[in-house]
Design a protein around this ligand. Sequence first.
Ligand SMILES: [Zn+2]
Length: 108
Amino acid sequence: MKKKPDFNIQMRTLRRRRLFLWFLVAIYIPMMWLVLHFGQSDRIAGVFFGIWVVLVAIAANFTAFCRCPACGNFFHMNGPIPMYLRHCLHCGMHISGDEKRNHFHKKS
Ligand SMILES: [Zn+2]
């Protein structure tokens, strides 16, 4: 498979969006613990939770509708439900961009 000139830029964008999504998911418990510990208020915790939910929804959609630079289809979607796996759900391109690590091996 011949790589397009902006292949590496698109893969970097894809990896950054995924990293931001997983970062948001990872900070949930520490964030809520800190807010409840220092905020001493359920209302403040509710505000932080609401902001967190909105940010996760935005990040999840941006990541889900990111296109694969190899095949041009959605990297994380092959149907209505996104699956945030480390390879393209259409062509098998690994998130690293390394063709040796592709999920589907083509016979050529
Ligand atoms: Zn693909």
